[in-house]
Design a protein around this ligand. Structure first.
Ligand code: C5P
Length: 235
C-alpha cells in the first residue's frame, strides 16, 4: 500500500456540487473518499458512481445494521457501485456479519467490510442504559473479536481503541481511525483527537480526515501535509 492511500477524506458535504469542488481541489493529494449518510441521502448512488468513474476509491459509510438477508443485498448493491470499503455495525451479530462478508467476497469488486464496534458518542453509562454489562472498551474488544471471527477485513476505531484492539487481536486486519487532526489544528466537535503520527503508532491502517481538509483554505495543501505526516510516521 502506498502511504498516500492511507488517507481517507470524509466528504461530509451537503451535495454533489460541493463534493465535486472538494475532490477537484484536492486533486492528486488523496485518492480515497468517504461518503456518509448526509451526501448519500442527498444525491443517491450517482455520486458514488461518478467518483468511482473518475478513478477515485470510495469508502461507503452507511453503517448497515439489519437482518442478514437485507444486509447481504445492500452489500451486493454497494459492490455494484464499485465501492472499495463499506461499513456495518458489529452489533448486528455474527450471522449478519458473515452474510455481509460472504456477499462482498462473492462480488466481482470484493469491497472490504469494516465493522463499527461501539459508536464513540456512547459512554459507559449509555451502555448500561442499553442493558450491556461491561464498559465501552470491553464491548469494543468483544465486538472487534466477533467481527474478526466473522471475516471482516477491518474495524473502525478511535486511536485509543486501535491500540487495545491491536494488542488483543494482532495484525492482519485493517483499522480505520477518525478523529485525526494534524499537529496544531482545531479539534472541532471531536472530543479526543490524535495526530496522524499518533494514530499510525496506535496501529491504525487508514486515517479518516474531514474538516481539517474540507475547511482548509487550500484543501490540496492540507491533504498533502497530512499525507506527508502519515508517510513520515510509517517509516
Ligand atoms: O471532520 P472530521 O475529521 O472530524 O470527520 C471525521 C469523519 O469520521 C466524519 O465523517 C465522522 O462522521 C466520522 N467518524 C467520527 N468518529 C467516529 C466515527 C466516524 O468522527 N467515531
Amino acid at each position: 500500500m502506498k502511504d498516500q492511500d492511507r488517507l481517507i477524506v470524509a466528504l461530509d458535504v451537503a451535495g454533489a456540487t460541493q463534493a465535486r469542488q472538494i475532490v477537484q481541489a484536492i486533486g492528486e493529494a488523496a485518492t480515497t473518499y468517504k461518503i456518509g449518510k448526509q451526501l448519500f441521502m442527498a444525491e443517491g448512488p450517482q455520486v458514488v458512481r461518478d467518483l468511482v468513474a473518475s478513478g477515485r476509491k470510495v469508502f461507503l459509510d452507511l453503517k448497515y445494521h439489519d437482518i442478514p438477508n437485507t444486509v447481504a443485498a445492500a452489500v451486493r448493491s454497494a459492490a455494484e457501485l464499485g465501492v472499495s470499503m463499506l461499513t456495518v455495525h458489529a452489533s448486528g451479530g455474527s450471522k449478519m456479519l458473515k452474510a455481509a462478508v460472504e456477499a462482498a467476497s462473492q462480488s466481482p469488486t470484493k469491497p472490504m467490510v469494516l465493522a463499527v464496534t461501539v459508536l464513540t458518542s456512547l459512554s459507559d453509562s449509555d451502555l448500561q442504559e442499553l442493558g450491556i454489562a461491561g464498559n465501552v472498551l470491553s464491548q469494543v474488544l468483544r465486538l472487534g473479536a466477533l467481527a474478526r471471527a466473522a471475516g471482516c477485513g477491518g474495524l473502525v476505531a478511535s486511536a485509543q481503541e486501535a491500540r487495545e484492539l491491536r494488542k488483543a487481536l494482532g495484525d492482519g486486519f485493517a483499522i480505520v481511525t477518525p478523529g485525526v487532526r494534524p499537529a496544531g489544528a482545531a479539534a472541532g466537535d471531536q472530543v479526543r483527537v490524535v495526530t496522524p503520527k499518533d494514530a499510525i503508532a496506535a496501529g491504525a491502517t487508514y486515517l479518516v480526515v474531514g474538516r481539517p481538509i474540507l475547511e482548509a483554505p487550500d484543501p490540496a495543501k492540507a491533504a498533502q501535509h497530512i499525507g506527508d505526516e502519515i508517510a513520515a510516521a510509517c517509516h
